[in-house]
Ligand binder design. Structure first.
Ligand SMILES: *Cc1c(COP(=O)(O)O)cnc(C)c1O
Length: 392
């Protein structure tokens, strides 16, 4: 057992969690085993090994949940079959008639869930630019929670988590933070006052573009208990094999985050010099309010960046011309991916909201991977430079 009084450092916890020798693993296996079983035998009536049925809990999933709990400094984490499964289950904490404030620039799938499923169940939403507007103007008698991402997907808006937590507390609301973009390596929302953290584990935590996963993490025993009831009831817990893949991915989280951030910063420097780039959104660009806020609450700026080029034709040309970089949804993996939010990740966001947020048909989003920076820059460069040739 690890000594819980002297918490291990972050990178060590990525490999071992808080528990150096998990009691579930008596064989000494260095790689935690995949407990590929649906059910568990009971020694006798009224006795249990701690495991009954894998929808409720499974040792491999439990191990992953312990690691994620430790990384986010929570008291419990629940692993789901995808980020959307995690957010969908979490939304069951709310009742018909409840009202939530959600940032207007969220992952498109979250907005689709709120608008098409949650609203149907009688939950109302106000979509607010939490990085700029005063959320208190939107709080009413039925308001129960504030849901934010910071930085947001895709426009990289940064919201002050401490300020939001303070406002939420004052009005008795829950603060929910989707921490997918910065991960616990760079940012710990629970330490800044959030009540719940959600993740698409598909992204940086899994980290290899090879599986889907999602998490809900909390520091509240009451919420943890309600979420345990929900994962058992809705049945969207992560499978043993996928739990193992994410456990393995997390072992290299610090290495990947550093390398991907370095690559993103190199791409930012290149794009700043490229005349055909009209706008660049990355919180690590000094001199902006986003930079100051991000610096005040996170240990890094991440590896996601969004940019607007001078024409739709150029945006389409770049997506078609990149070779090493792939045109694909998703982010946070070892491979550099680029996407076109307007028709891909944010196609279901109403057009007026999309345009108000600046998601035009000239906007591209890039998730830097861990390749060699020179190859990445050369690919970006050839994609921009071959455009002139095509026009002629
Ligand atoms: C991808 C993503 C999700 C959804 O996660 P899935 O694993 O794809 O279901 C939620 N939030 C953010 C910020 C994401 O990038």
């Amino acid at each position: 057992m690890g000594d819980r009084n002297t918490k291990l450092h972050f990178a060590t916890r990525c490999v071992y969690g808080d528990q150096l020798r998990p009691e579930e693993e008596p064989t000494g296996a260095i790689s935690f085993p995949i407990y590929q079983t649906a059910t568990f035998a009971h020694p006798a009536v009224g006795e249990s090994t701690g495991y009954d049925y894998s929808r409720l809990q499974n040792p491999t999933r439990r191990r992953l949940e312990q690691v994620v709990t430790s990384l986010e400094n929570g008291i419990d984490a629940l692993a789901f079959s995808s980020g959307m499964a995690a957010i969908t289950a979490m939304m069951e904490l709310f009742q018909p008639g409840d009202h939530l404030i959600a940032d207007s620039d969220l992952y498109g799938g979250s907005i689709r869930l709120f608008r098409n499923i949650c609203e149907k169940k009688g939950i109302a939403f106000s979509y607010v630019d939490c990085s700029r507007e005063n959320v208190e103007d939107y709080i009413g008698a039925r308001t129960r929670a504030i849901f934010i991402e910071t930085p947001t997907n895709p426009m990289m808006r940064v919201t002050d988590i401490r300020v939001m937590a303070e406002k939420a507390r004052r009005h008795g609301l829950l603060l929910i933070v989707d921490n997918t973009f910065l991960t616990p390596y760079f940012q710990n929302p629970l330490d800044l006052g959030a009540d719940l953290v959600v993740h698409s584990g598909t992204k940086f935590l899994g980290g290899h573009n090879d599986t889907l996963a999602g998490f809900v993490v909390t520091g509240s025993p009451d919420i943890a208990e309600r979420m345990r009831f929900l994962i058992k009831t809705v049945g969207s817990g992560l499978s043993p094999f996928d739990s193992w893949l994410v456990l393995r991915g997390i072992k290299t989280l610090p290495l990947r985050m550093e390398k991907a951030q370095e690559n993103a910063m190199a791409a930012v420097e290149y794009l700043q010099r490229e005349k055909k780039v009209k706008k660049l959104y990355y919180p690590g660009i000094a001199g902006t309010k986003a930079y100051e806020t991000c610096k005040g609450q996170a240990r890094g700026f991440g590896s996601m960046l969004t940019f607007e080029v001078e024409s739709r034709e150029l945006a389409l040309h770049i997506l078609k011309s990149v070779r090493l970089i792939r045109f694909a949804e998703s982010l946070g993996g070892t491979e550099t991916l680029m996407t076109y939010p307007v028709t891909q990740t944010h196609a279901d966001v109403p057009e007026e909201v999309r345009l108000a947020n600046g998601i035009t048909d000239r906007v591209l989003r890039l998730s830097a991977g861990v390749e060699d920076k020179e190859d990445l820059l050369a690919d970006l460069k050839q994609a921009f430079e071959s455009f002139e040739g095509c026009k002629r």
